[in-house]
Design a protein around this ligand. Structure first.
Ligand SMILES: NC(=O)c1ccc[n+]([C@@H]2O[C@H](COP(=O)([O-])OP(=O)(O)OC[C@H]3O[C@@H](n4cnc5c(N)ncnc54)[C@H](O)[C@@H]3O)[C@@H](O)[C@H]2O)c1
Length: 258
């Protein structure tokens, strides 16, 4: 049991983070499922346990730097190490430029960049001591692609991509890799909300809107959490030991076409 890797995940109570938690537990990791919403973290931890894995649920708001410090200290006290970090929590914020308030900027940048950076920095300090570890941030093709919708979100993901590349340089001498997974359109609650808002704006059904989205994806398919999990499993494997500072899209060609 003590030999099992320890995987910390943020925003893992839903969607893509839930998928990563189940995938990492499937590889034999002890997964620490955190989310701002404790009930959803507990539900994912229960799924992991029901599938025979080891999981703990924790309420954790990534925008709370003090809570980040306490969480990391607690994990180091309890396990002595953290092998993998998935800095995955993200929020979308308003769609149209005219709806954005100063508070929205704080909320989106506070979670998507500052929150991700703080937990990465704290875990990186431990990985530096261990001289081993894998950090994966969940970024987005929206961090590269220019458009008129969800501008704070795009700015935040662009910043997160830069942060992860810079962190990869700091951590390289310690054998720790840092990479960004850029999901394509993945039908999670976050994506459903966005898609529904744009469908409503155009007065079309969600299905029609999604058909149209698919037609703009070079490979014509939405991304699934299974597609993302395959990359995550590879990035934590020994085979990926020299892959660092990369942003890898699993999006059917969207980011490449940006
Ligand atoms: N779904 C997509 O199409 C898509 C595409 C590209 C990137 N992403 C990114 O993937 C990541 C996961 O998104 P998802 O689609 O699974 O969304 P989701 O809404 O299904 O899940 C996000 C989870 O993050 C949690 N969360 C929100 N704010 C938090 C905070 N302050 N602290 C901790 N947890 C918090 C939510 O409670 C939720 O459980 C995000 O970073 C998102 O930007 C998603």
């Amino acid at each position: 049991m003590n030999g099992k890797p320890v995987t910390l995940l943020t925003g893992a109570g839903s969607g893509i983070g839930r998928g990563f938690a189940l995938a990492m537990a499937g590889l034999g990791s002890r997964v620490i499922v955190t989310d701002i919403d404790l009930a959803s973290a507990e539900s994912v931890a229960a799924e992991v346990t029901a599938a025979g894995g080891l999981a703990q649920a924790r309420q954790f708001d990534v925008a709370d730097g003090q809570a980040a410090r306490s969480l990391v200290d607690e994990l180091i006290d309890g396990y002595g190490r953290i092998d993998h970090l998935f800095a995955n929590a993200g929020v979308l914020g308003p769609t149209a430029l005219w709806e954005i308030t100063p508070k929205d900027w704080d909320a989106v940048l506070g979670v998507n960049i500052k929150g991700a950076a703080i937990i990465c920095q704290l875990v990186a300090a431990q990985m530096k001591e261990q001289r081993r570890g894998r950090i994966i941030v969940t970024a987005s093709y929206n961090g590269v692609r220019v458009d008129k919708h969800v501008i704070p979100y795009r700015v935040s993901k662009a910043g997160l991509l830069m942060f992860s590349k810079c962190l990869s340089q700091v951590m390289a001498p310690y054998g720790v890799t840092v990479n960004a997974i850029c999901p394509g359109v993945t039908l999670t609650p976050l994506q459903q909300t966005y898609a529904q808002a744009l469908a409503d704006q155009r007065g079309i059904s969600l299905d029609n809107y999604l058909d149209e989205r698919r037609s703009r994806i070079p490979m014509g398919e939405l991304t699934t959490t299974a597609d993302l999990n395959a990359l995550a499993r590879f990035l934590v494997s020994d085979e990926a030991r020299l892959i660092t500072g990369q942003s890898i899209a699993v999006d059917g060609g969207v980011m490449a076409s940006s």
